[in-house]
Design a protein around this ligand. Structure first.
Ligand code: FAD
Length: 573
């Protein structure tokens, strides 16, 4: 039962949020050993990371070091030579590597989060036995090949084709672009159109060493420059039948399963990057004196440090909640995973901006780490699903499920005169929902478990869960299916869902930490309260703007500029 989708129906699913999950004991043990080894290996490379960023390269000896540390086998089961970490444990490792360098996290992450994830989630026993040991040791590095020149967000429109060969295998032709690890990978998960069922997509495991497979030059990128990004081409590549992942025609489902499952890796990386920025900012603010005092004494600087910390805590809370959903075998977590990616990727970009602002002129100099952090974090809202497309996904997935219940309701209401009992359950559910909207009944459901200092925050999330349900209800009735094209409205629904789900994760974590002695527990409660107050302002604004907004004016303005193709005003005229 998706916690986020339920929010749109006015329900807070307590069991999906409380108590805040803890890392598995087995993960803790592995992490205890690996995290220290990671720090020992990466810390001495600090200057190298800067140089490799400029040179846009990650030397082979360094990648060998990553292999030696076992960083390519993090999630591969132990029986195949990996560390067998859960999603939560894996995200924690990427968080650690990201405190040192984003490109390192990307090399490891593209391998585990997306490159070999298809084999992990949907590979059959022979595929796992054949590839896992080499993927675990890093003898084989993996990459994920979906994007093409004309197929970015619209991944279903790919043109790479695989035709059936006489021997039952496949002949693969096409070109993929911007493939992370493209230049260093030995095995690619490739998505291609296949002839059956009107050109459906099929996923293949393709080895780089096979004739007809090649890659282009290392792309000259804005950020994460040391990580390998290249085109990958396939010319009459013979792919054996046994290298189809899952089954023929199921490739789109495979791609989405991989991307949904991999999002907490990206989120974990963002959290690690934020932790480094917070540490740098705290030190810089204490060290830098202006007007006779450390700038740390000024409220405008303190506000930035507090806000970065609050958002890092929120990102951490949501990422590990979602990792727990995945690890506990929940089926329907794609909306929550999208929320964690959108929130964490935007939080680190705000943190990179503010950390650079605290360092000011020093921050603008390439010697300092801030400009690289600003460049490196920029990719996070672009790849693995742009944040625009993910916002649409969050809103539409929630509304679609709600729409279904309206459909059921309609049938039930039609039916109720003939079969009163059959229609009763749905109608009762509906009535309860209406009652909750009208009176706030149901508020005490989770309130009882929350410590007193967090009750006001709880009340905020409960109130706006009802407001979100009302908004969703209103939008579905007003627009019906055409809501899919109302992107201004969908963004509001998505932003409300994000604020509520992230806020509830923060609340759950703060509830768990509140009981702990010392400042950290007290500060976690303060963070939850501050998050709730900030979220309340955003939520109220989004609710208001469902009915009163400037959408029409903005659309007309966009039309005008798109027609002109330029900004038309000038003070000279
Ligand atoms: C450094 C880097 C590494 C990458 N690594 C990989 C990889 O390993 N494997 C891989 O397969 N791909 C990879 N990609 C590709 C990446 O996933 C795509 O860039 C991404 O999916 C977006 O596609 P696009 O860039 O073509 O943007 P487009 O899809 O063209 O989007 C352009 C803009 O339009 C918006 N937009 C698109 N559709 C809609 C819509 N329906 N409604 C509203 N707005 C919309 C987008 O949000 C965006 O702002 C990588 C890209 C980069 C830059």
């Amino acid at each position: 039962m998706s916690v986020a989708k339920n929010l749109l129906a006015g329900r807070i699913v307590e069991d999906g949020l409380f108590p805040y999950p803890r890392l598995r004991e087995k993960d803790r043990e592995v992490l205890g050993m690996v995290l220290e080894a990671i720090d020992q290996f990466l810390a001495p490379h600090r200057e190298d990371f800067k140089r490799w960023d400029r040179e846009a390269a990650q030397p082979e000896e360094f990648i060998q070091g990553l292999r030696d540390l076992g960083l390519f086998g993090l999630i591969i089961p132990e029986e195949h030579g990996g560390l067998g970490l859960s999603n939560a444990g894996y995200a924690r490792i990427l968080s650690q590597t990201s405190t040192h360098d984003s490109s390192v996290s990307l090399t490891i992450g593209a391998h585990s989060s997306i490159g070999m994830k298809g084999i992990m989630l949907l590979g059959n026993a022979p595929q796992r036995a054949r590839y896992f040991p080499k993927l675990a040791s890093g003898e084989m590095i993996a990459a994920f090949c979906l994007t093409e020149p004309a197929a970015g967000s619209d991944a279903a429109s790919i043109r790479t084709r695989a035709e059936k060969a006489a021997d039952g295998g496949w002949i693969l032709n096409g070109e993929k672009i911007w493939i992370t690890n493209g230049g260093i990978a030995d095995v690619y998960t490739v998505f291609a159109r296949t002839p059956s069922d009107a050109g459906k997509i099929t996923a293949f495991i393709v080895e780089a060493a096979w004739p007809g497979v090649s890659h282009g030059n290392h792309e000259d990128k804005m950020g994460i420059r040391a990580s390998s990004t290249t085109t990958v081409s396939f010319v009459d590549v013979k792919v054996p039948a046994e290298n189809v992942l899952d089954s023929e025609g199921k490739g789109f489902k495979v791609a989405m399963a991989i991307l949904n499952n991999g999002r907490t890796g990206l989120g974990g990386g963002a959290v690690g990057g934020m932790k480094t920025l917070i540490g740098l900012s705290a030190q810089q603010a204490q060290a830098r004196k202006q007007f006779g005092e450390p700038i740390a004494n000024y409220e405008l600087i303190r506000e930035k440090i507090a806000q970065m910390t609050l958002e890092c805590f929120a990102a951490e809370s949501v990422v590990w909640m979602v990792a727990h959903y995945i690890d506990s075998g929940m089926d329907d977590y794609s909306v929550e995973a999208a929320i964690s990616k959108v929130y964490a990727s935007e939080a680190i970009q705000r943190a990179a901006y503010e950390a650079l602002q605290i360092a000011a002129g020093t921050g603008f100099m390439r010697d300092a780490p801030y400009e690289q952090a600003a460049r490196d974090s920029r990719i996070l809202s672009i790849f693995e699903g742009t944040n625009e497309v993910l916002r649409l996904y969050i809103a539409l997935s929630g509304l679609k499920d709600l729409g279904k219940s309206f459909g059921e309701l309609k049938a039930a209401v039609d039916d109720i005169f003939n079969h009163p009992i059959k229609g009763f359950g749905v109608l009762a559910d509906y009535a309860e929902k209406r009652l909750t909207h009208a009176t706030g009944v149901g508020r005490d459901k989770i309130l009882g478990k929350i410590p007193a200092p967090l009750r006001e925050a709880t009340a905020t999330f409960e109130k706006y869960t009802v407001e979100l349900a009302k908004a969703a209800d209103y939008l579905l009735r007003k627009y019906g299916k055409s809501i899919a094209g109302r992107q201004h409205m969908l963004k509001r629904v998505a932003d409300m869902t994000i604020d509520l789900f992230v806020g509830l994760c923060v609340l759950s974590r703060a509830t768990a930490l509140a009981a702990e002695p010392g400042d950290a527990g007290r500060q976690a409660v303060a963070i939850a309260n501050a998050f709730a107050r900030q979220a309340k302002r955003r939520l109220a604004n989004n609710v208001r703007r469902i009915e009163r907004n400037e959408d029409e004016e903005m659309d007309l303005l966009a039309n005008f500029i798109l027609d002109q193709g330029r900004y038309p005003w000038d003070v000279i005229q």
